[in-house]
Design a protein around this ligand. Sequence first.
Ligand SMILES: Cc1ncc(COP(=O)(O)O)c(C=O)c1O
Length: 441
Amino acid sequence: MLERSTALLVEWLGESAAHAPRPALTLEATVAPAAHGLDLEELFSGLRGVMAGAYRPNHPGALAHLDPPALSVSIAADMIAAGLNNNLLAQELSPSLSRLERRLCHWLSTRVGLGANSGGVPASGGSLSNLMALVCARKAAGLAADPRAVVLTGSAAHVSLSKAAAVMGLPPDGLRALPTDANGRLQPEAVASALTQLRLEGRKPFAVVAVAGTTVQGTVDPLKALAELCRREQLWLHVDGAIGAVCALVESERWRVDGIEQADSVTLNPQKVLGVSKPSSVLLMRQLELLHSSFATGLPYMESGDGPQGGELGLQGTRAAEVLKLWLSLQHLGLDGVERLLAGAFQRAERLRSLLRAPQLQLLGGDLHLVAIGLQPHLAEHASAWRDHTHAELQQQGFWLSRPDLNGRPLLKAVLGNPCTSDHHLEQLAAIINRSARELS
Ligand SMILES: Cc1ncc(COP(=O)(O)O)c(C=O)c1O
């Protein structure tokens, strides 16, 4: 079964370029189990049907989102982790893996620059990492049950913060999304004036969420300046680095997220640029102890381990050994491999920017490997129709981009994290977009 599944997956991956990033047709699989279990042939036939309808991240034209193809080493580790079926809830259920998880999270947090008392915990996605960070921040401020508590962020921050605020029971105005500059960056002056106003209203701001890589433009907030402000004002600084925090792992790209080392907590998603298979997110904390004091319940039905139990470092109880694929991927890549992967993505983004030359286009600013493409403001009335018709044309030519709206402005977005995309593909992609824009005049 395992051997055949591996062969099937290899075949599926190998034939991706001959298909479209998104399949045209999705077959509806039978969902109710048969009275008697199916044999291998029948199982594989059903499996092929579902796989035929799957999105193909390793198609060279798959550029829509922050979902690059998975590293082969990560796929292998994922399968082994599933077979080991250890539970990261407690050390007795995952002896070597619990230790590996603690040690790898500590390595990551010190590498990001969070210091000797730092550490972290994997979470099932960046949304959960952000939520856990804010729960810790509010507890550290002594406001866990205070309805006056407020979190500040920029209007380009990720929607997961609204969910976090709702789950935490903050009032509807407990998350303030402040106006940003023209490139979507949250400026310290905006935070400072909001703080003055909030304090006049008797509210209790306790955290600022800065973003290292916004979802549409990939811009990085001025982390250093925000960190200084937070220190002065005694506020928690959480950096949502789901997209960009990986840059802090290597010297050559660290400048992109300068100041991240001053954060109290950081969300880092290896699933987004590094190609570790989903889910792979970690919440890194300057004081690991705060994670424990926020989520420890005692596990009276478990033997104690030689460190904090995985299930007491966050919201999740039972957890898979996601650490295995992250560890094996990093071992396989090495620091120079991480550098190459990131540099490749940034170079492709730069190249695409340089190829998009039609004067009707306006490229939005960005600091990472995302390219957000709009029309010049004087063509605003055509922007929506142009975007949708260009998108359809791109799809016909084997490119899948996304169609975000940013502050009401329709955009095309390309995420250049796919190493299967060659320079030739970028030229083709740019030619379609340039021509479609030139046709407007
Ligand atoms: C900046 C940012 N933060 C958080 C998230 C949420 O991560 P996840 O989808 O892994 O929950 C995303 C997802 O795209 C994101 O772009």
